[in-house]
Design a protein around this ligand. Sequence first.
Ligand SMILES: *Cc1c(COP(=O)(O)O)cnc(C)c1O
Length: 427
Amino acid sequence: MSLLSLVQNSLKGIKLPISGASFSPEQFDAHVMTTYGRFPLTLKRGQGCRVWDDRDREYLDFVAGIATCCLGHAHPAMVEAVSKQIQTLHHVSNLYYIPEQGALAHWLVEHSCCDRAFFCNSGAEANEGAIKLARKYAHTQRGINNPLIITAKASFHGRTLATVTATGQPKYQKNFDPLMPGFAYVPYNDLAALESLVAELDAETPQVAAIMLEALQGEGGVCPGEAAYFQRIRQLCDEKGILLILDEVQVGMGRTGTLWGFENLGIEPDIFTSAKGLGGGIPIGALLCKAFCAVFEPGDHASTFGGNPFACKVGLTVCETLESENLLGNVKLRGEQLRFGLQRLVQQYPTLLEQVRGWGLINGLVLQPDSAVKSVDIVKAAMDEGLLLVPAGPQVVRFVPPLNVSADEVHQALMAVEKALAIATKN
Ligand SMILES: *Cc1c(COP(=O)(O)O)cnc(C)c1O
């Protein structure tokens, strides 16, 4: 019996409003916490780069679950991996050896500068692990009693208390104080600011345990890091024994046209984290580090679900499909095509649009700072034109399609954006 028919059978006789149409936003919000501002759209199924709503209207999905569904929807390799693994063994515990976990760790180590992996379930959880690892390294290897981690303003590292503290955006922290001690912030891509903060903090005794950055700031507005900035940070970290942590949660796993975002900057981190694309839409997170800072010992850190056979098999399938379908090559070509088309729209709408920025298939269409039209207005207009997009702050419309998006789909998306801009500027 197939998985689907099993589920359908088990639902027989139970009256559930499982068709989206029977769920009004009011009914939904009566029982689900209102943590999200949702668009009035209910999605029911997906195939490739397309999804369908509860009225069977088709959309091109340039959100991909916010840069997670890197192989699109219902990819045959994902369907097979998920179905086979759930029938074989889906979860045990890290009390035992898990071959799928070992295989995924092996792949990630073989394809990065790091030597050891720890698995968890989300980006925030991976970053929590990185923060703990850096603190333990500072305590045990450098004798720092009050380790500090420097992060960037406009960064995003997650919603747990430590990661929301690491996130350099007050809007995410408001009303959740007291925040976690041990963080300091600098403007992104500003070398002088970073050098003077490190000098100030380390003036008497060393305190700076780590510098934690995104190679390209995703949520903060699709803002690429500058190579010279990161290369100087790498030197500074080497000189002082400071750990360089890169949050690769959004840009890792091929999104930028290289496997890891930091490859665009010509540097290697000591520690990096991955999540979003790693499971192709199935929850998994990973923390990787070089051997010299792999200081966790049994009992130091754990996650009940982390690294289970199911999530790791899916992660491995994503990794192997990136290679077998040469998706990095596709990301580069489709990214160029998309930026070229968006650039033409910037020229067409100079009072509304400022620029296009991004790498590979993470791109932002940046609005003029004084524009009355906001990113969400364009996202809504695009939705009416059958294209899903996601804001990255009020000023930037983000494009993060599946990594196997076709030339034709990029072309269609560009036509929909053009129509959406015409409508958004008329209103
Ligand atoms: C999304 C994101 C996170 C948080 O990931 P979750 O899985 O939502 O916890 C952390 N860092 C970056 C750069 C992200 O884009």
